[in-house]
Design a protein around this ligand. Structure first.
Ligand code: NAD
Ligand code: MG
Length: 378
């Protein structure tokens, strides 16, 4: 629960600049208790419907409801089961039914209170209900604060794969309260941290230096450092998204570590055996190792990437995945070839010339990839 002194705490504002649809990301400690007042300027009627999950609801829903009510805003809440299973068609349909039964209007604001699952599901519901509702993101995982709540991608999974049905729909406001991360399990916190490190590795060597020095304190709970890391991460993602909203070019840089990571996630069934961020951590190490193998990147930089991720407690090799069965090069390559980022049959790789200097290429020697995979799994 939010401490009284946190209520007076300050926050930082980041503006995401998309033509005609600019919105603010507010980052600070104790924002949950101030959401009513902070969101008033973007409400089109004094009414919101909060969507949250069964884990977050008992921890943080009351704070948010109270804050809206104190600001004179009528509140209703819908709680869906926690977990990736809520990004399914039947769950979406149930949510839409509940929204319509609550007589939602065009001007009613939806509020996504939760991790990436809630953000993606609620954002998609907002995109399609009554042909488009406004929504606010209140991301409660580190992953959601630095990644999924920024950029406007929303959607659900299908039996053909993850995130295959969705829409680009930008929120009206994002409130990232670093205080809510105190209730997040360490493993989830670390998985989100992998995406933080990604921003340093892909485009900001100075930020990576900062993370080497401050990452452990941030993960241990230091408020100022958390705020800084979330701000730099959101700014990095927002800048890339502003350049390339629909992913026709530069936005693919955000997939550093994701091609290898996705293959490992697919092979472990996208479940608790390997969290997405853990797959990304391993995948980033593999992308740097491949870059070094190809003579593109100093081996010392690949070593630094690996050392930092390992030091904070993230897995850095497929062999670190607890409970794994045996891996096979062909199976992993098969998953990589099925990734939705494949174009004209060629796998897109994000490689690096060094820390903070990633680039996109579809021209990678297939044998070098095979060799790396073989080395990584034996
Ligand atoms: P999640 O939403 O499932 O949250 C992880 C777990 O933490 C859940 O069990 C949740 O109930 C719990 N939780 C959330 N906040 C908590 C808190 N403050 N305290 C305690 N427990 C808490 O998963 P996630 O890692 O946040 O997000 C993953 C999802 O995000 C995936 O579906 C992925 O596809 C999506 N994603 C979307 C984008 C995008 O651009 N839209 C980007 C990255 C990921
Ligand atoms: Mg990711």
């Amino acid at each position: 629960m939010t401490a009284p002194d946190a209520i007076a705490a300050d926050y930082e504002t980041l503006s995401v600049d998309l033509a005609g649809r600019a919105y603010d990301i507010l980052i600070g400690n104790g924002l949950l208790a101030r959401v009513g007042a902070l969101s008033k300027p973007v409400l089109r009627q004094p009414r919101v419907i909060i969507v949250t999950d069964s884990t977050v609801a008992p921890l943080h829903l009351q704070t948010v409801e109270d804050s809206f009510r104190a600001a004179g805003v009528a509140v209703a809440s819908i709680v869906v089961p926690a977990g990736e299973g809520s990004k399914r068609f039947d769950r979406l349909e149930a949510l839409l039914d509940e929204l319509l039964a609550a007589r939602i209007e065009r001007r009613t604001m939806l509020v996504a209170l939760g991790g990436g699952v809630i953000g993606d599901l609620t954002g998609f519901a907002a995109a399609i209900t009554l042909r488009g509702l406004d929504f606010i993101q209140i991301p409660t995982t580190l992953l959601a604060q630095v990644d999924s709540s920024v950029g406007g991608k929303t959607g659900i999974n299908t039996r053909h794969g993850k995130n295959l049905v969705g829409a680009f729909h930008q929120p009206r406001l994002v409130l990232a309260d670093t205080g809510v991360l105190d209730t997040l399990p360490r493993r989830e916190l670390l998985a989100g941290y992998a995406e933080v490190v990604k921003y340093g590795l892909l485009g900001d060597a100075g930020f990576f230096d900062w993370l080497e020095a401050n990452g452990a304190a941030l993960l241990a709970g230091d408020t100022a450092r958390r705020r800084h890391a979330v701000k730099v991460s959101c700014a990095a993602k927002a800048a890339i998204v502003a350049r390339d909203e629909k992913e026709t070019g530069d936005r693919a840089l955000l997939n550093l570590g994701h091609t290898f990571g996705h293959a490992l996630e697919a092979e472990t069934g996208f479940g608790a055996m390997l969290l997405h961020g853990e797959g990304v951590a391993i995948g980033m190490v593999m992308a740097f190792d491949l870059s070094a193998d190809l003579g593109l990147c100093p081996a010392a930089d690949a070593g630094r990437a690996r050392a930092h991720l390992k030091e904070v407690g993230l897995p850095v090799s497929p062999l670190d995945v607890a409970g794994r069965q045996h891996w096979s090069v062909d199976k992993l390559l098969g998953h990589m070839a099925k990734d939705k980022k494949v174009a004209d049959g060629k796998i897109t790789f994000i490689l690096a010339r060094g820390i903070g200097d990633a680039f996109i290429t579809r021209d990678v020697d297939a044998q070098a990839v095979r060799d790396l995979l073989a080395r990584s799994i034996e």
